[in-house]
Design a protein around this ligand. Structure first.
Ligand SMILES: [Zn+2]
Length: 325
């Protein structure tokens, strides 16, 4: 039924850039392009740029599907971007409908964290797992859940917002307006903020390291200072690991995954992160869950959105159980 002449395009829509890539049925990337979104006045114009790029990478081939990863709130069932990106007029955009009319191919729209989760599951560090939790620690915390081989969407396709689970009602104010969400304790931003506070109170190598690089203090400089035994860095990282593990332990109890895949800038900055994170998570989960999951770094890096979006139209032979969506 699925022969080799099937092509899929993945699109990664960002606030400032659009990337599109053509994949063959085995999941191999054949061609890619990138463009800026700057200068587009309306949502329609952005969509015309997207469809233009899809046609450009497809080079006249018939497409069996186009998957698009979008930031913000996405209704995946109807293919509508509800809100939440810095593109012009980007509210309640019927992206699937507009793109299908233009391209004559089926389109699936998915939130970028879910696309990344699906990409890791289908083609990256989640391969071979059945129940996977994907978490990305960067400016905020993004997450996506795969259960029994299916991406978990929920009623409004909003499932998996682990970063906004409240872990301390008395905690710092979050970007969502509430207090004490997981990402106010365990994101790159949280690590940076905690560092800046401690640096006011105590001497630290961190300022020197950042200055030598000509950079602001970031989770990367903090991890570097930790390797050199800096007391502030040691304290900040120990606390960050505890909070990261706390959220992961909650996810283990909620989803009972066999694998947790960790992506994002914080995990890239920290080679020594994983042993500590595993140990701390094991301390925080209940006994029956201990040893039931592994925690591994993401495998796909910058292309994860493109690959995950394209993989919404399952690559063959991705798995013997896969059937077309
Ligand atoms: Zn929040």
């Amino acid at each position: 039924m699925h022969n080799i002449d099937k092509y899929v395009v993945g699109v990664d829509l960002g606030g400032t850039k659009i990337a599109a890539a053509l994949f063959d049925s085995s999941g191999k990337m054949l061609k890619r392009e990138r463009t800026e979104t700057a200068g587009a006045a309306t949502a329609r114009e952005v969509v015309m740029r997207i469809t233009g790029m899809v046609q450009s990478v497809a080079e006249g081939r018939t497409l069996s599907g186009v998957g698009l990863a979008s930031p913000g709130a996405v209704n995946s069932r109807d293919g509508i971007v509800l809100h939440g990106t810095n593109l012009p007029e980007w509210t309640n955009i019927p992206l699937k409908k507009w793109m299908e009319a233009e391209l004559g191919a089926p389109v699936q729209v998915v939130n970028d964290a879910n696309a990344a989760a699906w990409g890791e599951y289908a083609r990256g560090a989640g391969r071979g797992s059945a129940n996977m939790v994907y978490v990305t620690f960067s400016t905020g915390i993004g997450a996506g859940i795969v259960l029994d081989g299916e991406l978990l969407l929920g009623t409004n396709s909003f499932a998996g917002e682990l970063g906004h689970n409240i872990i301390d009602p008395g905690g710092p104010v979050c970007s969502c307006g509430r207090n004490g969400c997981w990402e106010t304790f365990a994101s790159g931003t949280a690590i940076r903020n905690a560092t800046l506070v401690l640096m006011q109170e105590r001497p630290s190598l961190i300022a020197e390291l950042a200055a030598a690089r000509g950079e602001e203090v970031s989770s990367r400089t903090v991890f570097e200072a930790r390797e050199q035994g800096d007391a502030v860095a040691l304290e900040v990282i120990e606390r960050a690991i505890h909070y990261m593990a706390l959220g992961l332990a909650n996810a283990v109890h909620t989803f009972n995954p066999d694998r947790i895949v960790i992506g994002g800038g914080v995990s890239k900055a920290a080679g020594q992160l994983f042993p500590m994170l595993r140990e701390e998570t094991e301390k925080l989960v209940m006994k029956p869950y201990q040893g039931s999951y592994e925690i591994v770094p993401a495998g796909l890096h910058d292309d994860v959105g493109l690959i995950g979006a394209a993989a919404m139209f399952r690559f063959q032979p991705a798995s013997t159980a896969a059937n077309s969506h």
